[in-house]
Design a protein around this ligand. Structure first.
Ligand SMILES: [Zn+2]
Ligand SMILES: [Zn+2]
Length: 235
């Protein structure tokens, strides 16, 4: 499958990643991508950048080394009602928003609570992607998730890092197989993201690529093959 874009990565601004925007863009260009999105952890993650960082992203050029470089955020979902940790007037100026459940920012709830959190955050008009819904520490009803994502035109992420044996997330493989089965059923689009915290990991799909092949997931539901298709999900 053609892999044109990677829409989830972090720089030094996130506090636990190790490259600059310039280094990320240069590496992505060398790897032949057409587009990347820089998605720093939002303000509730310990050690990350704060509100003014996101407010001032308008300063950063959206083309570097001949590729498109979007500026977004990985928002923390902060309660089971789907609240996030940046205000709408900041979100509206970002190019792309991922919403994710992270241990430092929300305690894992019941399957009902976690699912409610993800379904509610999809109602946020600025959220385009649900980040690593494969994390077994937050049990989710994948049928409900895939159905709602299709209805609300939100992408579900297949996170390569979750599948890495070194990841602290659990049960990603089993969960993704279940999630993708429902995505096929409901026609839900997915995105393969690296979640790179190091430039060398940009576009990494060592684990996610073979999984999709193994279960013969339909290519037409994977937005990475087409920048315009990906763009149709941006708010
Ligand atoms: Zn991180
Ligand atoms: Zn994350």
């Amino acid at each position: 499958m053609d892999y044109r874009l990677d829409s989830h990565m972090h720089t030094v601004a996130s506090g636990h990643a190790y490259n600059t925007i310039m280094e990320m863009a240069k590496t992505a260009a060398e790897k032949g991508l057409e587009l990347i999105a820089i998605t720093e952890h939002s303000v509730n993650m310990p050690g990350t950048c704060q509100l003014f960082y996101f407010m001032n992203l308008k300063m950063v050029p959206r083309r570097l080394f001949g590729i498109e470089v979007l500026q977004g955020a990985e928002l923390n979902i902060t309660d089971y009602k789907g609240s996030v940790d940046l205000p709408a007037d900041v979100l509206k100026n970002l190019d792309v928003c991922i919403a994710s459940l992270h241990l430092p920012c929300i305690r894992p709830g019941s399957i009902k609570e976690n699912t409610a959190a993800l379904l509610s955050v999809m109602e946020n008009p600025y959220v385009s992607i649900i980040g690593h819904p494969d994390d077994g520490r937050y049990a989710v009803d994948y049928r409900e998730l895939a159905k709602a994502a299709a209805e609300r035109h939100v992408l579900l992420e297949v996170n390569n890092h979750s599948l890495d044996p070194a990841s602290s997330r659990t049960m990603a493989r089993e969960n993704l197989i279940t999630m993708l089965k429902w995505c096929e059923e409901f026609g839900t689009h997915v995105i393969l993201n690296s979640d790179a915290h190091w430039c060398g990991d940009i576009a990494d799909r060592r684990f996610s690529g073979p999984l999709l092949e193994e279960i013969r997931f339909p290519e037409e539901l994977v937005v990475n093959r087409d920048v315009d298709l990906y763009r149709s999900f941006l708010k």
